[in-house]
Design a protein around this ligand. Sequence first.
Ligand code: NI
Length: 164
Amino acid sequence: MAILKIIKENDPILRKQSRYVDRISLRVERLIDDMIETLHEAEGAGLAAVQVGVLKRVVIIEVEEGNTIVLINPEIIDREGTQNNVEGCLSIPEKWGMTDRPATVTVKALDRNGSEFTVTGSELLARAICHELDHLNGVLYTDNVIRMLTAEEVEELRNGGDSE
Ligand code: NI
């Protein structure tokens, strides 16, 4: 396994569409393992393959320590309600903004064995699913942000606020 470099916001690759995975090859399996290690190292809640420079529809989400969700070719099949909360991105370091997201989403995807499954998530999990799936379509949260947090608010967040 290896820790990969996380691509930052001005790189044009982050604006590209990721491609569907047609076969879970050894290369894809290695990508998944490396992405999990990279996410742990960065202490993030989620990572899309494009953020490590690979245009494949692969996403890793871990909003609860030890509960790693691997989503291949994910698709949101249901969404309900709205939530407004703080959002950040490993590709846009040291910044946070307020976004509107669905309160609950259900996503359908393949797992690393190629079996289809669904996950329903609320709160941070719903936000992370939406955020990572947007990455697969070249969308960053800053595209739809309601407002970015001020330096003072970021400071408050660091001192024990709700960080993600
Ligand atoms: Ni992100």
